[in-house]
Design a protein around this ligand. Structure first.
Ligand SMILES: NC(=O)C1=CN([C@@H]2O[C@H](COP(=O)(O)OP(=O)(O)OC[C@H]3O[C@@H](n4cnc5c(N)ncnc54)[C@H](OP(=O)(O)O)[C@@H]3O)[C@@H](O)[C@H]2O)[C@@H](O)CC1
Ligand SMILES: [K+]
Length: 511
């Protein structure tokens, strides 16, 4: 998906864009159907011309309409095509017109059986799927998947919900999915993306102009989203103006997590990082850290003192911290209004989140007060932690993150193989398909450190979360097999160097 457009469109936004585009086309939305079908047909010809024939499975909606047009184009070119249909399109629709223009036999979908060598063109349902598969569709999908049929899906594999990537009962395991105009969340969010095979985006002549009216609120994560705001250091800065991050450390037996977070914050460019240690772990932290400073911080008084003396902008609280009661006290101090000097931002992760399991509303109230005072809170749960503070929320990860950000009135980054970042205004960024190597202990601690570092250097919460998630994934990709979380901070320089070079090249081109 390199260089692909980043906007992800829901089914209803696609419909709106189609309607807007259609007003400028002689044959309205039917022209779009013909273009979409031409794109699919061209792909079949380019990739699969030597297949032993094509079985086009057509549904009753416009996805089926695309299927009838593809079948017609293929048959006119002399290819061996059979059409199987699930019902008939409603009268006076584009699909009905496409159906009427197919003048060869149509068989019932129930009759369809996988046959060796034949390609299945999936035109049953696309973005209009509205409920679980059943009956003949479910049977066809199950038979194709069991037989390992080579499936080319139009728009989306039947069974995948465009807006969420959820599987509705069952879904084709496609080899290729041809997405039209823009990707949908279903192409980039598991389990949907795992059913798509190779996703090929085809422009169908719809102008990007039509996106302006849509208020797109969901995007794929990529440097294009945040590189304009990336805090590369300048000559005029000194170490504290490059941001100071305070990382709360746990006791001696769980000190690794905070150290990982602190190292990552330093590698991601913060000018200064201080590890805030309980008295019984001071020596341990001091022995294991070099450029990261270590300070004793046991209570509110010491927090006040640290803030007054060192002016850290951002804190990380949670990695390896343990003590839930202490978390609640520190969070109340940091986010509450009565500290003499307040930090700009707090990244709450791991134990920092689960400490509020019994009373999440307490956290949300503090978050609201903090943001009312111009503060920035970022929550970085994985799904297990998420469930503890948002036990009643339901839906796909995209829906969960969105609802949580609205409720908690802060940026919520829901970690997973597809990480979703949502802000309270409803903007979402999806970091799709993280390298599998990242599923390792401590990797989340590194992420929270990078986010804090970028916040301390002045990025906004959504940009910092997006950039950090991207850097984190690229660091894992660069290291590859054998990755442990402690390898991640050390990979950051090479990832950052590449990002820096891309920026330099870009600046040169602009001159
Ligand atoms: N710009 C673009 O992107 C363009 C998009 N185009 C194409 O249009 C497609 C969207 O078309 P669409 O809106 O008609 O929806 P589609 O997916 O055909 O399904 C709706 C039908 O399925 C039915 N139905 C739903 N679920 C069901 C179930 N589980 N089991 C049984 N039935 C079920 C539903 O029935 P109902 O819910 O009304 O009872 C309705 O009849 C899009 O994916 C792309 O291929 C191009 O042609 C032009 C450019
Ligand atoms: K389809």
């Amino acid at each position: 998906m390199n260089d692909a457009p980043l906007e992800l469109l829901t089914a209803s936004k696609v419909k709106h864009a189609e309607q807007a585009a259609a007003t400028e086309l002689a044959d309205g939305t039917y022209t779009l159907m013909e273009r979409a079908s031409q794109a699919v047909y061209d792909l079949l010809l380019a990739r699969l011309a030597d297949a032993g024939g094509f079985d086009v499975l057509c549904g009753p909606g416009n996805n089926g309409g695309d299927g009838y047009v593809v079948a017609r184009l293929a048959a006119q070119a002399g290819l061996d095509v059979d059409v199987y249909a699930l019902g008939q399109p409603k009268p006076h629709t584009d699909a009905a017109r496409a159906f009427a223009a197919w003048d060869r036999p149509i068989r019932e979908l129930a009759e369809w059986e996988p046959r060796a060598g034949r390609v299945v063109v999936d035109a049953l349902f696309g973005s209009g799927i509205s409920r679980d598969l059943e009956g003949n569709v479910l049977a066809a999908v199950s038979r194709a998947n069991a037989a390992g049929s080579l499936v080319v899906a139009i728009d989306l594999p039947t069974g995948i919900e465009a807006d969420t990537g959820q599987v509705l009962g069952a879904a084709f395991e496609a080899a290729i999915t041809v997405s039209l105009f823009r990707y949908k969340p279903g192409h980039v969010m598991a389990p949907g993306r795992l059913h798509c095979g190779e996703v090929i985006l085809r422009d169908i002549g719809m102008d990007a102009r039509h996106l302006d009216q849509l208020q797109v609120d969901c995007r794929l994560n990529a440097p294009e989203l945040w590189q304009h705001a990336y805090p590369w250091p300048s000559q005029s800065q000194h170490k504290y103006s490059r941001g100071h991050v305070g990382v709360f450390g746990g006791g001696p037996m769980t000190s690794g997590a905070a150290r990982l977070s602190a190292m990552a914050a330093a590698r991601a460019g913060a000018g200064a990082v201080t590890l805030l240690s309980p008295a019984n772990a001071l020596l341990l932290y001091a022995m294991h850290l070099t450029s990261v400073m270590v300070t004793r911080l046991e209570d509110r008084h010491e927090l006040d003192e640290f803030l007054a003396k060192r002016h850290p902008q951002v804190f990380v609280l949670g990695p390896g911290f343990g003590a839930a009661d202490k978390v609640r006290v520190f969070v109340a101090d940091l986010l509450g209004a009565d500290l003499a000097i307040r930090p700009n931002a707090l990244v709450l992760d791991a134990d920092g989140l689960t400490a509020f399991e019994g009373d999440p509303q307490q956290l949300f109230d503090l978050a609201e007060a903090f943001s009312g005072n111009g503060g920035t809170l970022v929550l970085t749960p994985h799904l297990g932690e998420f469930r503890r503070i948002f036990p009643d929320l339901e839906g796909s990860p995209l829906e969960l993150a969105r609802q949580a950000a609205e409720r908690a009135k802060c940026v919520v980054l829901l970690k997973g193989s597809d990480t979703v970042i949502a802000d309270p205004a409803g903007q979402t960024v999806i970091n799709s398909a993280a390298p599998a190597w990242l599923a390792t202990a401590g990797s989340g601690d590194v992420l929270s450190g990078i986010i804090a570092s970028l916040l301390a250097q002045g990025m906004t919460a959504l940009d910092a979360a997006g950039a950090a998630t991207w850097l984190h994934a690229k660091a894992a990709e660069a290291f590859g097999p054998g990755l442990m979380a402690e390898d991640l901070p050390d990979q950051l320089p090479s990832v950052l160097r590449r990002l820096w070079r891309t920026r330099q090249d870009h600046l040169l081109k602009e001159r």
